[in-house]
Write a protein that binds this ligand. Structure first.
Ligand code: HEC
Length: 254
């Protein structure tokens, strides 16, 4: 029995040491950022989400779809109904068939899904040197280290080390697995001007668009945390009441 246990522990130790050594080799830990929506009391910063959406719309949406998002979802981050109508109407959407059996184009409506930059995967790859820009709806959940990784990726472009060669259309990124990425650096200092006239640094723009993507992947985080707080308050109150009634019931039983 002891012998088997010993063997098992030894095997486990071996497997673990191997897998961690392997992981340490390719992936670089992204910066550990403080996000306003982290922790039990953290909630999304609505202004950051709106700025982040602006960056997605003006920049990332040229290559990346967000197929799980509809324009009306933007109401959650403080856009008014009129603003949402205006945003949606800037896109043309294929609809149909009509009574004659024809597909037709119309301008977008709040209930439409976000416009996709390419009609299909082949077109997306063709336009990007064979690489596929992934859908960003759930990307924060789909990558280890979530927000920290996305922020790291957007700010992590470097010159390639001298002993590495990059193919045409490849860039060196500190945090991408394997470091070679087919996405040109999408953000730079001063490239985005916010609606209040401020121009964003690279770090600011990266942090804002990352928070927007975190919200897209988990839109009900604020509501969930609020509910969690209510449940905790309720349980505390209940504990107090139960303790008081226990005291009362047992008071005379000395
Ligand atoms: C010119 C087109 C283009 C633009 C603009 C662009 N991307 Fe990309 N992006 C790509 C391509 C292509 C890939 C796939 C890269 C690869 O697999 O090597 C990619 C990959 C990604 C990935 C996944 C990386 C991984 O871990 O696999 C993320 C996250 C991302 N982009 C975020 C963004 C954000 C945020 C923006 C806007 C600030 C943006 N991208 C703008 C083309 C683009």
């Amino acid at each position: 029995m002891m012998k088997h246990l010993f063997k098992f522990v030894l095997t486990l130790a071996f497997v673990l040491s191997f897998s961690t050594a392997h992981a340490a080799e390719d992936a670089v830990m992204p910066p550990d950022m403080d996000w306003p929506h982290e922790g039990i009391f953290g909630t999304y910063d609505q202004n950051a989400l709106q700025r982040g959406y602006q960056i997605y719309r003006e920049n990332c949406s040229a290559c990346h779809a967000m197929k799980y998002m509809s324009y009306r979802n933007l109401a959650d981050i403080g856009f008014t109904e009129a603003e949402i109508k205006t945003i949606a109407a800037e896109y043309m959407v294929q609809d149909g068939p009509n009574d004659d059996g024809e597909m037709f184009e119309r301008s977008g409506k709040p209930f439409d899904r976000f416009n996709s930059p390419y009609p299909n995967e082949q077109a997306a790859r063709y336009a990007n040197n064979g690489a596929m820009p992934p859908d960003l709806s759930l990307i924060v959940k789909a990558r280890e280290h979530g927000e920290d990784y996305i922020y790291g990726l957007l700010t992590g472009y470097k010159d390639a080390p001298a002993d590495e060669t990059l193919a045409d259309g490849q860039y060196w990124n500190e945090y991408m697995l394997g470091h070679k990425i087919a996405m040109p650096p999408p953000l730079a200092d001063g490239q985005i001007t916010y609606s209040n006239g401020d121009s964003a640094s690279l770090e600011q723009a990266a942090a804002d668009v990352t928070q927007y993507l975190a919200w897209a992947a988990e839109p009900n985080l604020n509501a969930r945390k609020k509910m969690g707080m209510k449940v905790i308050l309720f349980l505390l109150l209940l504990t107090g009441l139960l303790y008081a009634s226990k005291k009362k019931i047992w008071r005379d039983q000395k």
